[in-house]
Design a protein around this ligand. Sequence first.
Ligand code: PLP
Length: 381
Amino acid sequence: MKEYIYADNAATTKLDSDAFEAMKQYMLDDYGNASQPYFFAKRPKMALKNARMEIADCIGAEPEEIFFTSGGTESDNWVIRKFGFPTDIRHVITSNIEHHAVLNTCKIESRDNRCDVRMLKADPQGIIHPEELEIILSEKKEVYASSETTLVSVMYANNEIGTIEPIKELCEVAHNHGVMFHTDAVQALGHIEINVKELGVDFLSASAHKFNGPKGIGFLYHKGGLLDQFHSGGSQEMGMRAGTEDIASIVGMAVALRKNVEAISANTEHLKNLENLLIKDLRNARVDFVRNGTNQLPGNVSLSFADASGEMLLHRLDLKKIFVSTGSACNGKDTQISHVIEAIGVPQKYAEGTIRISLGKANTEDEVRQIAKEIVAILSH
Ligand code: PLP
């Protein structure tokens, strides 16, 4: 048995050892600047090209549609801040359960009244319905008339409760109205199959550390349409995102993504088995709880326990060296429920007792049984 149980894989994952091995070469030996014309830059340049091809292939894209970024936050910021025609008033239609990388960016963009933001509301299971998007877009046809001024942004799968959204259908609605569609696939990529051409999305955000790649690297898939450069400087990333590329991390991301994509069905089977064990053990112990979400990402288990405190559970599990997340945090005298738990309307009796256990491929049946046992022990004292 390990000294600790890591069950917070939606927060970050362990770096894959093959990815790490592949990265070393570009840190210690072939560390040249890929933009330079001489021989020493040849191998890093080739590695950059190959990684772009590999990543594109994993999601059904073309290499020139992949732009490397520093991760999910940057990719989300890039699209929301820079889509469309900069001199026009812009419109973003997003959802009330997005990650703060989207929500806070929308808030800031709307402050100067040059961007208006409208929220789609998740249902009690965390689903965003295409019918609601259709109503919003139809009601104000003249306002949301163009891909140069309107963007719909809905996450692929929610980070707190795991619900996978009907992205293809939402994207179809957006396109029928002639507007662009972005999805934050940070939690989903590497864990479920994603093909951007089948989905039809215009933009997709991804982050390597959520699929056993290194931290601080990610990418934006950009099919076409109006998107301004992220920031100015050199001509890297086809002139769209200046700055010397982190070849080692990009290589590590490509290796990790390929490995995870190839193992999706085996990992899914393993994780669904672990989830079932966890839920079964808690039910057998007659614990009063609800599981949040539906059609969840493999391994993402958000549980709300009756008359409990998620924060207390997190800290008591921490003392047992079991690491999970909470969906509520106490700030002084109030307990703050996360915006997602609030948006899906988890009843008060349960909401404050929310934790997220996010299992990864390295977790075992013994670990999951241990987690269930400790939760039962904490709740019965
Ligand atoms: N979007 C979602 C859905 C996430 O879960 C996260 C990270 O938790 C992010 C964006 C931010 O990604 P990064 O940590 O790569 O900036």
